[in-house]
Design a protein. Structure first.
Length: 130
């Protein structure tokens, strides 16, 4: 069950373009990250210009205000799944949303089953409800 944070600069995309971007991210997670169907948890945050500072980490990338930062909180994915997801996100967001590969940053954060509650103050993975 990935929890996905998508960070964008405000007023760079229409509501429809943001939905396409979010839908594309979800499709990639279903295809390459073993996300279960109907497990869609996305937080989309638009930041004011200057609200995202993302340098090139010495790679020589030129970033623009079309930058998209994606953080995926998850458990149990291996390195191959992560790398396939990074590649698919770059490819699909480029094709579907016109996003330059240098304007995409992805970070995967690990957690455990005890780190989730889906409601009612219960850790459903631990109780066996999920």
């Amino acid at each position: 069950m990935p929890l996905v944070h998508i960070h964008l600069i405000e007023n760079r995309r229409t509501a429809e373009q943001i939905r396409t971007l979010a839908d594309t991210v979800q499709e990639v997670l279903l295809d390459h990250f073993a996300a279960p169907p109907r497990d869609r948890y996305q937080l989309i945050t638009e930041h004011k210009p200057g609200g995202i500072i993302a340098e090139d980490t010495g790679l020589g990338f030129e970033r623009t205000d079309d930058i998209v930062l994606i953080q995926i909180v998850q458990q149990g994915r291996d390195t191959d799944q992560k790398q396939a997801t990074y590649r698919a996100l770059a490819d699909r967001l480029g094709a579907e949303c016109g996003l330059a590969g240098t304007d995409l940053i992805v970070s995967v954060v690990e957690n455990t089953q005890a780190d989730w509650s889906f409601g009612n103050g219960i850790a459903q993975f631990i109780t066996g409800d999920l």
